[in-house]
Design a protein around this ligand. Structure first.
Ligand SMILES: Nc1nc2c(c(=O)[nH]1)N[C@H]1C(S)=C(S)[C@@H](COP(=O)(O)OP(=O)(O)OC[C@H]3O[C@@H](n4cnc5c(=O)[nH]c(N)nc54)[C@H](O)[C@@H]3O)O[C@H]1N2
Ligand SMILES: Nc1nc2c(c(=O)[nH]1)N[C@H]1C(S)=C(S)[C@@H](COP(=O)(O)OP(=O)(O)OC[C@H]3O[C@@H](n4cnc5c(=O)[nH]c(N)nc54)[C@H](O)[C@@H]3O)O[C@H]1N2
Ligand SMILES: [Mo]
Length: 552
């Protein structure tokens, strides 16, 4: 089954949500699971009730800490050092799964060299987590039959994000935790269909199914399927687009379902760039801050108003069915794309079939036809069909019509043959506090709001529960500045300034402040740093230097 490209840590759970309760140990690192993945969070709490041991690694005291046996409160951006030290202790104390490593892993010597000096004492200085605690966690994790790793943005939104993920893959591999129930390496994906978007090649370097576009054979294959010629040149990644605009390399953009004016780090810079575009098209279900800048706004239908499939975080492809017709002139995204593409091909006929009681898309090809094409493009979904999905979802790989799908990855082996143990050197965040900007800013989410709030802030119940922005600050830091709880303060970085109330809490450690990035009236991304991970180009949304001042 070559072509089933799933690089370790490529971003899908190796295991299942329901299987979380089967684990003996859970390491939750950089994931505020009960607030951001509440269903999965419940599953973790259920596992704890059943006797599973929970370990949390997070600079903030998140709710899961209350149920954890050990909470490691590391300095933001220090995970590479922490994970390397866990691996160091496991190898030092002979707790690794020697048989598994011999059979299934390679690059062991380089990996060993890389962690040789990563003693718990070394890591304590970087992470602030006591060496004895690192040793304790290493022993708990390595001695478990089934230990699962659960991570999200606290691990990835750093300039060292890719290295952090590779370090976690090392930890899972040396303890033999890939390919069995209740274990695995599990990035919890953020949106209902971000998995599906990745699977379909919504990245500038790959065709559907993670098939690299700079490979001649792949290019040929897709050119044949699509009946057109294709470029093998990788495109520009989204986080590099603002610079590409200001450099004159990018003149037009068509943004679908994103609100980068609020969600892009260093958004002053992003806004200036977007304003320079010759043509900006925004396709959204609401008139967002980004849509306000657009030359053309295309009103789209929401998930409940269209047909198709979503792939969830455990790679399960499920049917989505239209329950209600879209309002006004809104059309499902596929119909909009179909209309534009047929015009691009010189077909000026109006194929719009505007019958509001039709359960199908209004402009062909229909979602079911697109799905059939997907099954011809990617062997991992070859065995799927709308008929099969009618009854229940299927997890890829599902290469044959009678294949049951693959809830757990890597049971028999890895797609690349042996698993690669990476030699990781820890690198700290790009912008650290100094005299002028003495605090570390961390940004993230709260349960009741979703990202830029275009959807949740229109829901009165959700909005009432979390109506306004705030900055979480340790009381001792705040009192040092002569502040009172709930007082309006000024928060600024080298890139921007906002005003918002301060909230005293010891959920954050001293020197760290936390701002949810949901609120346009005090948009955290005016402050954040757009420094990128050199490998996967994710921005460092979890660490930048800011100052908080009293407003006189
Ligand atoms: N309610 C709600 N749920 C959501 C979303 C939402 O907007 N609202 N968004 C969805 C999306 S797209 C995503 S990607 C996910 C994100 O889900 P999460 O990643 O869980 O959410 P965040 O709040 O960004 O950050 C997660 C945790 O990382 C911790 N953290 C910060 N810095 C570090 C660090 O250096 N190391 C470690 N180990 N931890 C650190 C933070 O304290 C926080 O507890 O949530 C999804 N679910
Ligand atoms: N500081 C900071 N910044 C961050 C993060 C962070 O932790 N800190 N997290 C980052 C992460 S992980 C993420 S995922 C991004 C999220 O950033 P965005 O994706 O920009 O945020 P959303 O508010 O989810 O925007 C989604 C838009 O899609 C629209 N939409 C919903 N359904 C449909 C549909 O069916 N069709 C169309 N066409 N549109 C639709 C919504 O109305 C909304 O405007 O933010 C990133 N930015
Ligand atoms: Mo996300």
């Amino acid at each position: 089954m070559t072509g089933l490209v799933t690089v370790l840590g490529s971003g899908a759970m190796t295991n299942t949500i329901n299987g979380i309760v089967d684990g003996d140990v859970m390491l939750v690192i950089g994931s505020n699971t009960t607030e951001t993945h509440p269903i999965i969070g419940l599953q973790m709490l259920k596992a704890v009730k059943k006797g599973s041991t929970l370990i949390v690694a997070d600079p903030r005291r998140i709710k899961l800490c209350d149920s954890a046996k050990v909470w490691m409160q590391q300095t933001p951006g220090s995970d590479g050092a922490l994970i390397n030290a866990l691996c160091h202790v496991i190898m030092r104390d002979g707790l690794e799964d020697k048989e598994y490593i011999a059979e299934r892993a390679e690059n062991l010597d380089a990996f060993k060299d890389a962690i040789a000096d990563c003693t718990p004492e070394w890591a304590e200085k970087i992470t602030g987590v006591a060496a004895t605690v690192i040793e304790q966690v290493a022993h708990i994790f390595a001695k478990a039959d089934r230990a699962g790793i659960y991570y999200t943005m606290g691990i990835t939104q750093h300039t060292s994000g890719t290295d952090n993920v590779c370090a976690l893959a090392n930890l899972a591999m040396i303890t033999g935790n890939l390919g069995k129930p209740g274990a695995g390496l599990n990035p919890l994906r953020g949106q209902n269909n971000v998995q599906g978007a990745s699977d379909m090649g919504c990245a500038p370097t790959v065709f559907p199914g993670y098939q690299p576009c700079n490979d001649e054979a792949n290019c040929q294959k897709f050119a044949e399927i699509w009946g057109t010629s294709l470029s093998s040149k990788p495109g520009i990644v989204a986080t590099e687009m603002p610079d590409a605009i200001t450099d004159g390399r990018l003149a037009g953009m068509w943004i679908m379902g994103e609100n980068p004016i609020i969600s892009d780090p260093n958004s002053n810079h992003a806004r200036k760039a977007f304003e320079q575009l010759e043509c900006l098209v925004v396709q959204d279900i609401f008139l967002t801050e980004t849509a306000e800048l657009a030359d053309v706004v295309l009103p789209a239908a929401s998930f409940a108003e269209k047909d198709g499939t979503f792939a969830n975080t455990e790679r399960k492809v499920q049917r989505v069915r239209r329950a209600v017709p879209p309002p006004g002139s809104a059309l499902d995204d596929l119909s909009i794309i179909n209309m534009v593409s047929s015009r691009m091909q010189g077909d000026n006929q109006d194929r719009y079939q505007g019958s509001s009681d039709s359960i199908y898309h209004t402009v062909p090809p229909f979602a079911s036809e697109v799905f059939d094409e997907i099954t011809r493009c990617w062997i991992a979904m070859k065995g799927m069909s709308y008929e099969r999905l009618e009854e229940q979802g299927l997890s890829w790989p599902c290469p044959e019509p009678d294949h049951p799908g693959t809830p757990i990855l890597h049971v028999a082996g890895f797609p690349r043959g042996k698993g690669w143990l990476s030699a990781i050197t820890w690198n700290g965040p790009k912008e650290l506090p100094d005299d002028e900007y003495p605090l570390v800013l961390s940004t993230g989410r709260v349960l009741y709001q979703y990202h830029t709030g275009t959807m949740t802030r229109r829901s009165p119940v959700l909005e009432e529960s979390a109506p306004s922005p705030y900055v979480e600050m340790h009381p001792e830091d705040a009192e040092g500045l002569g502040l009172e709880d709930n007082e309006l303060v000024r928060a600024s970085s080298r890139r921007g300034m906002i005003q918002l109330p301060v909230r005293f809490t010891d959920r954050v450690q001293r020197g760290l402040v936390f701002i949810p990035f949901h609120y346009r009236e005090a948009a955290a991304n005016l402050l954040t740093n757009d420094a990128l991970d050199p490998k996967c180009k994710i921005a460092e949304a979890k660490v930048c230097a800011i100052k908080i001042e009293k407003i006189e």
